[in-house]
Design a protein. Structure first.
Lengths: 1016, 460
């Protein structure tokens, strides 16, 4: 056979083929592609007697060319790397280790960047303490970076009160000159030693007084209490993982207190029903995330937790080291069990039992009390009670360590200084007020701070948003996002550096740099960070600092392990009520999604359903079932709440888990100004805080309530309907039951009919799937899952899921690929009967995403075959093929498929939000169905990598976005074709079950029965 | 014979032609214009909302996460159901030699075609990306080629409905051929007064000459014609049963409780005939009143249709009962819940409307006095169709809005656009129907005359 000639040669014209010697240019006249320059032509024309027609032709052409091609091309920086950094391969993600430093703590993170843009925040996997733990709020900060409503330029108020844009280089010198006379700096507490130093230097330079405060009071409450009890102003390290019994008294450590991600990590570590399982007892008035995860939850009357704490102390005293302390004995004497039962509403027997149980776990337990929702008149009272209990239980030095504390020093001003500042402002004594990243006009609205600020002669605001405080100011200095600037943090014995991952998107500057420039210090803030780092880097600084940057943290041990001694005198600050409450009492609490409200202009936070109420885009007054029933309040009825000084109107939400008379409203909402998204969403809970002579009271605020007759639409993603009976979804068992019967929870399972011979397996109509080497599967341990919602936000961020807004959530069109179903139930019929007012129901969380069924009901019904089954066990969705019949959505028994009812991205996205999109994931258009893909892009990435290296993927090498975000390590993902994998082991465990297994959908997602460590 | 007396018209053939063709050969009446304007405005609303939804997205309608199908699919099933009576009357009753069908078969076939057309619009426009809707047709393409999914009941729908539509159309047209010839021949008696009139007349003459396919009315032609009618009837008969059977598969083959039921095919077919006959009844009563065709569409015809409604109504009631019994018997909580939810859930009102309209109202037909009273028949015919629309509402919405996972339960609240599309679909249907009565003989002249001749012969 003659060899086939390959046609390598290609040509574009006959000339090219015929005269290959001619170069391309030579083929054209004069060796130029465009031979005619206008001068040439005119010259030619003159030679050739330019005709009138030709002249006009030329003129027309020249005008066109002059207007079109000679315009300077607009500068569009579409390629970030003109010169590519040496080690960077486009298309591959680079991770930077950094930290998010807030006024509540230091949270180590990894920033995933693609082509120079941060696209996702992940937990720092290698951090020895956090081990990848991250919370919803931190993941959502990626959209804060790309918030189109962020302050983009410095602003100065003109003569007619209008805002004038300025350049940073112009404004800073101007503001510096202004910092004269009676200057006050108002800011938040800081975890950054370098920022703290810079701020102090600024205060010294301009002879200003620095006042710091804590908006929700987490830090204030803890550190004041510690200072009073032990004389040492630190927040110690709580070793949740070491505690076998945790008693959280009005403390939401799994949801909103200090570092909930770390606490969740440590808590879940001991949440193992097959080993030594810890026990969580929660006594609280408002149902928090911690309370909903309690093994035993005692609902309290609002404002009675101190009484309960002291009564427990009274019971524990005789067997404690302080038994002989008469001062203590006398102090505790009035707090008897009966009194506590009367005040708290909890059964006396239960209190007694609780005390006995606490007594059994001496040195192995941990009592936590305090946090935003218990900030009282006297800051620290709750913490003192916790300290007393911990001392009586001998936990100091064991589960609580002063070594490597959470916060090393108290940089908070006493609250009375805040009151003094207000008075000064009101008296017009303050010339210049510099506000550093705080929002006092909103957060301290109960103190009348907005009116006071308006009285200052000059107000300089530095911050992120044009918020309620910014509108009162004269100069606004925009602060860079933490991913754009340098900072550092010191927490729990680790020093972390927050390094910029991107150059500032706008004309902004890092807070540290602004402060230094205002102080007239000609150094960059990065140098300050280096100065601080010098303290913790041993050996050569240059290499050490590079290492610090690449690792993100270094050891910074401090404090001593010696147990501290409790000062009984501190108890005089504790003013526990001795009579039961009367009337309605309001609790103010921060939410998982919005916290203190700084991040309110972030649609992803707003649309994250509250873990308990599943509410989006609103706050509400949570009222007890009994009150709602008695007063005929329905969800959405607007109530007027009056604390005697101010009143607000807010919609009702009937919340199980509350005692009669207790009400709660979330903080962080109701900001008048912050941006297009957050402005005017919800009601301002801060306004109802009760100002006292010593500070603001956030809990048990006596209020009067009045129904207004108005209605407000509340957008929950999960509605309250009549109780649905057991459907095999909610499976809870007690530890004891599980130990006796490992197959507990499987009793009422519906199974497909086995056939007449009892053996024949129900067969499908179509032939079974065949799988390749991989078959992916996912397992969720419901014992570990706390419902914290980090997975939900991580999923949004990873998979470019749009938010839809309140109107569409109201109609039921939220797009979440992964949702957390929340059910209330009771462990027994008796328990249900005993609790007609739903004061103590069990709360059950179940994250549900696409179950990737083997017999997927959605695959069959798609007329165009847009969804199918891949050979690695994924139920894939090809968006390009989908025409949007929504048949799959209807036929999915898990209802995990989401339809794009409108165009949510194209034309809707506001610059620079598009930068937050994950380039590996298709952005879906209007009219197609989408759903969880098991993070197909992550699978592909890792699989290709393994393929290049000529190996199979290792177990655990690959993590889905939800799994990676889960601080509780509740999610396992892997290849079930690999017998030795963790996921295969999970499938073999007796606790494993699938939901709706009776339908024979054979899901690839399984769940594990929730085990509660509670006695029968 | 009794039948003979009741159905005999007793008019000369020429007068029959004249009576039936009067609406075609005279200027439309005021009533027609009013009716046409109303229908056309409703149609305009339909088109307007449709265009708006194309630009804006399906989000303007009330559908949401658990309830992915709303008014669009309800309307679709409703109109397909309506489209059942025509072929049943013309094919099945033809095969059974039910002579009374001749006066009503033409209009009911037309109704079938328009109803199927109205119905077919909905699945095409209810998709998220209607510009790609042609992907549901299996045709050779350069995208792979990507083929359709033959396991999907929606694809079966495509085949079932298009087949049904084509057969119905052919059947209808074939029946029209002798009448077109009559019209063509009658044109000889017309003379135009103006030049334009002459042109129009010529066009009309030409068109009729073409569409009457050179009909000469010879014995041989008639022989072929009868054979063809028989064959087409035999072909169309199974389709009457298959279309709604397959439409019911959309629901029956899914696994949503309330949908997943083996009773669905016969239940849907019975329901379709039920609603179809009710619609025929409504239209016939209007037509005979408006065009003074009492002699052709007699009370006997109406009574017979009333009886069909009674029978199919009871079949439908039986199906409803069986659904509840099966749910109770199944022992499956999910199944039971869906039916309890229908009885007393948030959409119980829809269920009870359906129950009253479909289960109770047909029983009035037991009484001869009522079923021969035109007013009563008219009211019942409308009530039945309201009921049948609600039946589809109950099936689609109540099953979807609360299925397996209580966490996903939600409500379906139709928007103003949903209602506009519902009203608009009636606009589309009636516009076509009103044009039909003006352009085609709405009673099969040839068949009526043939029957009449038969009676005459029998008399001798």
């Amino acid at each position: 056979m003659p060899k086939k000639k390959t046609y390598k040669q290609i040509w574009r014209s006959a000339e090219e083929k015929l005269y290959p010697a001619l170069s391309q240019n030579e083929m054209w006249r004069d060796g130029r592609e465009f031979s005619y320059s206008i001068e040439d032509l005119i010259a030619q024309g003159l030679d050739q007697e330019l005709s009138r027609k030709k002249f006009f032709q030329l003129m027309g052409a020249s005008i066109t060319m002059a207007t079109v091609s000679c315009v300077k091309a607009p500068v569009e920086k579409i390629v970030p790397y003109v010169e590519r950094p040496l080690e960077h391969i486009p298309g591959e993600a680079i991770y930077y280790a950094t930290a998010r430093v807030t006024s509540d703590g230091v949270y180590p993170i990894l920033v995933k960047t693609r082509e120079g843009k941060p696209i996702k925040i992940e937990g720092h996997r290698d951090h020895p303490l956090f081990r990848g733990a991250i919370r919803a709020d931190t993941i959502a900060t990626i959209w804060d970076l790309y918030d189109p409503d962020r302050l983009k330029n410095p602003l100065a108020r003109g003569e007619q009160q209008q805002w004038k844009e300025m350049k940073m280089t112009e404004l800073l010198p101007k503001v510096r000159e202004l910092l004269q006379g009676n200057v006050r700096i108002l800011g938040r507490t800081l975890f950054s030693p370098s920022e703290k130093r810079a701020r102090q230097e600024l205060a010294q330079k301009v002879r200003a007084r620095l006042i710091t405060y804590d908006s929700i009071g987490n830090i204030l409450e803890a550190i004041s209490g510690e200072e009073a009890s032990y004389g040492q102003a630190i927040i110690p390290r709580y070793r949740i993982a070491e505690a076998e019994l945790i008693f959280a008294l009005e403390n939401d450590f799994l949801g909103t207190w200090l570092a909930p991600e770390l606490f969740t990590k440590e808590f879940s570590q001991k949440r193992n029903p097959d080993g030594k399982m810890n026990r969580l007892i929660v006594a609280e008035s408002h149902l928090t995330l911690t309370g909903s995860n309690a093994d035993t939850r005692l609902a309290l009357n609002a404002g009675s937790h101190l009484t309960l704490g002291l009564a427990l102390a009274n019971l524990l005293l005789p067997s404690s080291p302080l038994a002989r302390n008469t001062q203590l004995k006398n102090f505790l004497a009035p707090y008897t069990v009966d009194l506590a039962a009367q005040v708290t509403g909890v059964n006396a027997e239960k209190i007694q039992k609780l005390a006995e149980e606490l007594g059994q776990y001496k040195g192995r337990s941990l009592v936590l009390c305090g946090g935003g929702s218990v900030k009282g008149k006297e800051a620290g009272a709750s913490q003192i009670v916790a300290n007393l209990l911990n001392t009586l239980l001998n936990n100091e030095g064991k589960t609580i360590l002063a070594k490597n504390p959470y916060k090393e020093e108290n940089d908070l001003s006493p609250e009375k200084e805040l009151l003094a500042l207000r008075d000064e402002l009101m008296a017009g004594k303050v010339d210049v007020l510099l506000i550093d990243r705080a929002n006092p006009a909103y957060e301290l609205s109960a103190l009348g701070m907005a009116e006071a600020i308006a009285k200052a002669k000059t107000v300089i605001y530095m911050g992120y948003h044009h918020n309620d405080t910014a509108v009162l100011s004269h100069y606004i200095i925009p602060v860079s996002h933490y991913l754009e600037s340098w900072s550092d943090g010191l927490c729990l014995g680790y020093y972390s550096v927050a390094q910029p991952a991107i150059r500032p998107l706008f004309d902004t500057l890092g807070a540290g740099d602004i402060i230094l420039k205002l102080a007239g210090i000609e150094r960059s803030f990065a140098d300050y960070v280096k100065d601080t780092a010098r303290k913790y880097i041993k050996g050569d600084f240059a290499t050490g600092f590079v290492r610090l940057l690449s690792e993100g943290y270094t050891l910074a041990e401090s404090g001593s392990e010696r147990p501290r001694t409790f000062r009984v005198e501190s108890l005089r600050l504790v003013d526990a009520p001795k009579t039961p409450q009367e009337g309605f009492r309001l609790m103010l609490y921060p939410t998982v999604a919005l916290g203190d409200g700084q991040g309110a202009n972030n649609a992803f936070r707003q649309e994250l359903p509250d873990p308990i109420s599943k509410m989006t885009w609103d706050n509400y007054v949570a009222v007890s079932v009994k009150d709602a029933r008695r007063n005929r309040w329905r969800m959405g009825d607007v109530l007027r709440l009056d604390n005697g000084r101010t009143s607000i109107e807010a919609p009702v939400f009937v919340q199980p888990g509350l005692r009669e008379g207790t009400m709660a409203i979330a903080l962080g909402y109701g900001q008048k100004h912050i941006g297009a998204i957050g402005s005017g969403v919800g009601k301002n809970g801060y306004a109802l805080a009760l100002p006292t002579e010593k500070g603001l009271q956030f809990y048990a605020i006596p209020i009067t309530v009045e129904k207004t007759g108005k209605k407000h639409k509340l957008a929950t993603t999960q509605k309250h309907y009549e109780l649905a009976t057991e459907r095999g979804l909610v499976r809870i068992a007690r530890l004891q039951e599980y130990r006796q019967n490992p197959r507990v929870g499987h009793e009422h399972e519906e199974v497909p009919h086995p056939g007449p011979d009892g053996k024949s397996k129900a067969k499908g109509l179509y032939k079974e799937h065949s799988y390749g080497p991989y078959r992916w599967s996912l397992n969720i341990d419901l014992t570990k899952c706390t419902g914290c919602s980090a997975c939900v936000v991580s999923c949004y961020s990873e998979n470019n899921i749009p938010v839809v807004g309140k109107d569409d959530v109201l109609v039921g069109r939220e797009m979440s690929w992964l949702r957390i179903d929340r059910y209330y139930s009771y462990l027994s019929e008796q328990a249900e009967k005993e609790d007609p007012d739903m004061v103590n129901p069990e709360v059950f969380f179940q994250p549900v995403m696409c179950q990737h069924c083997e017999n997927a009901p959605c695959e069959n019904v798609c007329p165009v075959g847009a969804t199918g089954h891949s050979e690695d066990g994924l139920n894939y969705m090809s968006y390009n093929r989908c025409i949007g019949t929504r048949y799959c959505q209807n036929n999915c028994p898990y209802k995990v498929r989401r339809f794009n009812f409108f165009e949510y991205w194209e034309g809707k996205i506001r610059d620079p939000q598009q930068l937050a999109l994950n380039p590996d994931v298709t952005v879906r258009s209007r009219g197609v169905i989408e759903k969880c893909s098991f993070c197909q892009q992550r699978i592909s990435e890792k699989r290709q990598q393994a393929k290049l290296e000529g190996r199979m993927l290792k177990d655990g090498e690959l993590k889905t976005a939800c799994q990676e975000a889960c601080p509780a390590d509740a999610i396992t993902f892997g290849n079930i074709n690999d017998e030795g994998s963790q996921i295969a082991a999970k499938w073999r465990e007796t606790r494993t079950y699938t939901i709706l297994s009776q339908l024979k959908t054979e899901p690839a997602v399984s769940y594990q029965v929730k085990i509660k460590n509670e006695e029968v | 014979m009794v039948q003979e007396n009741a159905l005999r018209i007793g008019k000369p053939f020429a007068q029959i032609d004249g009576d039936i063709l009067r609406p075609l050969e005279s200027f439309p009446t005021k009533t027609w214009w009013i009716a046409f304007l109303i229908s056309a405005s409703a149609l305009a609303v339909f088109v307007g909302v449709l265009i708006y939804s194309f630009f804006k997205g399906l989000g303007i309608f009330g559908i949401n996460n658990p309830v992915g199908w709303g008014f669009y699919i309800i309307n679709f099933v409703f109109w397909v159901g309506i489209g059942h009576a025509g072929t049943l009357i013309s094919a099945i009753l033809y095969l059974f030699r039910q002579k009374w069908r001749t006066s009503i078969n033409r209009a009911s076939e037309a109704m079938t075609i328009f109803a199927v057309m109205t119905a077919a619009v909905f699945p095409l426009i209810h998709v998220g990306r209607p510009w790609f809707v042609y992907w549901i047709f299996p045709y050779p393409n350069e995208r792979g080629p990507v083929w359709v999914n033959f396991r999907s009941p929606l694809l079966w729908d495509v085949f079932a409905i298009s087949t049904y539509f084509i057969i119905s159309l052919v059947f209808w047209y074939m029946g029209l051929v002798p009448d077109f010839a009559t019209m063509r021949d009658r044109l000889d008696g017309f003379q135009a007064k103006t030049k334009i009139g002459q042109i129009l007349l010529d066009i009309r003459r030409f068109v009729l000459r073409v569409i009457s396919l050179g009909w000469v009315g010879s014995a041989k032609t008639w022989h072929h014609y009868e054979k063809m009618a028989l064959i087409l009837s035999a072909l169309a008969t199974p389709l009457v049963l298959s279309v709604h059977t397959i439409v019911s598969f959309d629901f029956a083959t899914s696994l949503i409780p309330g949908w997943h039921a083996t009773i669905f095919p016969p239940y849907f077919v019975a329901g379709a005939i039920y609603s179809g006959f009710a619609m025929v009844l409504t239209l016939m009563i209007i037509m005979r009143q408006a065009f003074k065709m009492e002699a052709y569409i007699t009370i006997k015809h109406l009574e017979n249709m009333g009886l069909v409604i009674l029978v199919t109504g009871m079949m439908v009631s039986f199906a409803y009962t069986m659904e509840f019994i099966m749910a109770a018997y199944s022992g499956s909580h999910n199944e039971q819940y869906v039916f309890l939810n229908r009885l007393k859930g948030p959409y119980a009102w829809a269920f009870w409307i359906m129950f009253f309209c479909n289960v109770i109202s047909p029983h009035f037909m037991w009484f001869k006095k009522l079923r021969t009273n035109i007013k009563v028949l008219f009211v019942i015919s409308i009530v039945v169709n309201v009921g049948m629309w609600f039946e589809r509402f109950v099936i689609v919405v109540t099953s979807l809005h609360r299925d397996y996972l209580p966490s996903s339960w939600d409500m379906y609240i139709p928007t103003i656009y949903d209602y506009a599309m519902l009203i608009g679909s009636f606009g589309l249907f009636f516009t076509m129907f009103l044009l039909f009565v003006r352009a085609f003989p709405s009673i099969a002249i040839a068949e009526v005359k043939a029957d009449e001749a038969g009676y005459e012969m029998a008399k001798h």
